[in-house]
Design a protein around this ligand. Structure first.
Ligand SMILES: Nc1nc2c(ncn2[C@@H]2O[C@H](COP(=O)(O)OP(=O)(O)OP(=O)(O)O)[C@@H](O)[C@H]2O)c(=O)[nH]1
Ligand SMILES: [Mg+2]
Length: 582
């Protein structure tokens, strides 16, 4: 299992995806709420390295990867996390359009075992648009720690679709998932999903429309009949537009319009306004999700979230929130500076010895002085100096940053900074993309896709560069150590250097806020959108994996590029704008 085409780490063109589809036996969509472990499962099955971390909204576009399992080739598609497929945010549209119109052979819906009720809402919505579903209850280890037990057999019975439990971090548990998926694809299990029964008036309206919509719906899309009728009753224009475009349908049909008028009259007669339809639909889903989760979940303790709440009270408090954040950052920078000194000098010595050796070799060949100058004093010395100075701080900062990300600290930082971004009339989510910028500005800019408003997205992109990324830290650290820290001795030298870098970062954050405010008041005028940010539970980071991932995937990648691929070249900038939908 998990044999991978690693070259797929790069961005795939639609041609490549078509080829992959052709060469695979099945296409599987991996859907679910944000931060439930979709990408971890995807990585586990494909061997790829999609961005994972403990905060919602990391995956912003569909990613493709191949999983070979029991002589079958599966094309897995990791789609962005979404709480619902009813509203119109970008991630939700990407997820909905893929499940609905991307024709996957099966959809695996990943659920978080520790908050099943909310996750089930999405299951019921997806059940309306596809029948080939496997429900995967992930994070069973976390649930166990919190004293939560999920009765998977009963859940399967209540939903009417196959259910499997996994711990994404333990790859072995993923075999069970692939077995269930294969059973579904090879029709070894018959799925009879228990769809939601809406209130009788809405069910009646669906029936009225069904006969007419069926006439224009191609046979292969018959499964969508009920859902399309529901959307027509809901008069959800954007979804209807998407349905018409993707399925090449035309709802401007006399018979359908007549039936729609009839439906509207029925709704009016029953005092149900246009905006009430969706509320009624959602209430039915929430009610059923509550019922099912009440039946299938057992709690050993009712206060299973109390530890997280206690920590959050301190980390997000008005008084301590920001000082603790600054102290965290200072500590990480200090460890980076102190820790980088030793490997840096060791590397310098090593490269120095190799240099002597190379000079001797060149001498023995009788090479002229100018060749030695170009090869050793020029190319070799520059490359090795950059490596000795850049590699150690990056190799220390990246893992520490990823550790905080996996722990779940980033959303807490965003929460603390939200009010400042609101004052700057920009998006609260900008705090998250700014934090990502600390790791890598390119990732920060691509991450702006989580911001819905184009105005706020543009502000975030333009200001992301003000926070120094990991590629620029070594340079900052060198400057701070040489020009400031060197005036002090012993431990004070590293403390002063740390404070200098810290001040530069804080200035960068202040500049981000000031420029965002100026842009919001001038060329990018507008009112900030409100947003809801979920504070995820604190999760124990996987230290070994973080070390490997940060050093091999990030540090060496950045070092190879030497400029952090921060979008300085025209092509990468265009790529970034494309990914961010600008
Ligand atoms: N303990 C534990 N942690 C898990 C498990 N699955 C995922 N995680 C962690 O949960 C966090 C979120 O995982 P991701 O794979 O990034 O989640 P996602 O659903 O892809 O998130 P988005 O792309 O933001 O929607 C990461 O820190 C994972 O290491 C699991 O089964 N057990
Ligand atoms: Mg993801």
């Amino acid at each position: 299992m998990g044999l991978t085409n690693r070259s797929m780490g790069k961005k795939l063109l639609s041609n490549d995806i078509d080829n992959l589809k052709k060469n695979s036996d099945y296409v599987i969509a991996i859907a679910g709420n944000p931060n439930v472990g979709k990408s971890t499962i995807f990585n586990g099955l494909t061997g790829m390295n999609q961005h994972t971390g403990n905060w919602p909204g990391k995956t912003v576009e569909n990613s493709n990867g191949i999983c070979n399992y029991k002589n079958k080739k599966f094309l897995l598609v990791d789609i962005p996390g979404t709480y619902s497929i009813m509203s119109n945010s970008q991630e939700e549209e990407i997820a909905r359009d893929y499940i609905c119109f991307g024709n996957p052979d099966a959809t695996v819906i990943i659920l978080d075992a520790t908050c099943l009720e909310r996750n089930l809402n999405l299951v019921y919505q997806i059940m309306e648009i596809t029948s080939n579903i496997v429900v995967c209850v992930n994070l069973l280890d976390e649930a166990k720690k919190k004293g939560i037990t999920v009765n998977l057999k009963l859940l399967e019975k209540r939903l009417g679709v196959p259910v499997v439990g996994t711990i994404a971090r333990k790859k072995k548990t993923l075999d069970k998932l692939m077995d269930k998926v294969t059973d579904v694809l090879e029709k070894r299990v018959v799925i009879k999903s228990n769809k939601i029964k809406y209130i009788p008036i809405i069910e009646d309206c669906i029936k009225i429309l069904e006969s007419k919509v069926q006439n224009i719906l191609p046979k292969r899309n018959e499964y969508l009949l009920r859902w399309i009728c529901l959307k027509l009753i809901d008069r959800d224009d954007r979804i209807l537009y998407s349905i018409q475009k993707n399925l090449e349908l035309n709802f401007d049909d006399k018979q359908i319009n007549d039936k729609l008028s009839e439906v509207q009259k029925i709704l009016e007669r029953n005092d149900i306004k246009k905006e009430d339809v969706r509320d009624k639909v959602v209430s039915s889903i929430v009610f059923e999700a509550e019922n099912v989760s009440r039946d299938v979940i057992q709690y050993k303790r009712s206060d299973y979230r109390s530890r997280d709440r206690k920590i959050d009270k301190i980390l997000t408090s008005k008084l301590f929130g920001i000082p603790i954040m600054i102290a965290f950052l200072a500590f990480i920078l200090w460890i980076t500076i102190v820790g980088a000194n030793y490997p840096s000098s060791l590397l310098s010595e090593l490269f120095g010895m190799i240099k002597e050796f190379l000079i001797k070799i060149l001498h023995s060949f009788g090479s002229p002085e100018w060749i030695r100058g170009i090869l050793i004093d020029g190319i070799y010395s520059t490359v090795t100096w950059v490596t000795a100075v850049m590699l150690p701080p990056m190799a220390i900062f990246f893992p520490l940053f990823t550790l905080l990300e996996d722990l779940g600290v980033l959303p807490r930082i965003a929460f603390n900074l939200d009010k400042y971004f609101k004052k700057a009339c920009s998006s609260g989510k900008q705090a998250l993309t700014m934090c990502m910028g600390l790791g890598c500005n390119a990732a920060g800019v691509v991450g702006t896709r989580i911001i819905d408003s184009p105005r706020e997205k543009l502000i975030s992109i333009l200001t992301n560069v003000f926070v120094p990324c990991n590629g620029r830290f070594p340079f900052l650290i060198t400057i701070a150590t040489v020009f400031v820290g060197s005036y002090f001795t012993g431990i004070f030298s590293s403390i002063v250097s740390t404070l200098t870098v810290l001040i530069v970062i804080i200035l960068g954050i202040m500049l981000t806020l000031i420029i965002s405010k100026i842009l919001s008041k001038t060329i990018l005028k507008g009112i900030p959108n409100s947003f809801i940010l979920e504070l995820p539970p604190y999760r124990r980071p996987q230290i070994g994996k973080i070390l490997v991932r940060s050093i091999f995937d990030r540090t060496l990648f950045v070092l190879r590029k030497s400029d952090c691929s921060c979008g300085t070249s025209r092509n990468s900038y265009l790529d970034i704008c494309k990914y961010s939908n600008i």
